[in-house]
Design a protein around this ligand. Structure first.
Ligand SMILES: [Zn+2]
Length: 98
């Protein structure tokens, strides 16, 4: 199991195991937080990257987070595993053609 230090969906820090999501068997997820991922499934499976950005903006606004922290979190999102899967698929196709 990989152990990422931030949620690979919303970029929330995962240093506390209580914040980790759960796999289908109830074990802690190595990738996602409990708000994004429970029992092996995303809690918002239909969300695109833009939906997550809007969600983060709303949450941090409510918490009165400084704007630079919000910006850093938003920038980080596009590098997370959940939002880069499409790129991986494209790379595989390229390899097939080669
Ligand atoms: Zn998350």
């Amino acid at each position: 199991m990989e152990n990422n230090t931030v949620c690979q969906s919303c970029s929330m820090p995962l240093d506390n195991v209580a914040l980790r999501g759960t796999e289908m068997d109830g074990s802690p997820s190595g990738d996602y937080c409990k708000y994004c991922y429970q029992y092996g499934a995303f809690t918002h499976p239909g969300w695109a990257l833009n939906d997550m950005k809007a969600h983060l903006t709303r949450m941090m606004d409510k918490e009165k987070m400084p704007e630079d922290i919000l910006e850093a979190a938003i920038n980080r999102l596009s590098h997370l595993k959940r939002w880069t899967n499409n790129n991986v698929d494209t790379d595989l196709h390229k390899q097939d053609g080669f």
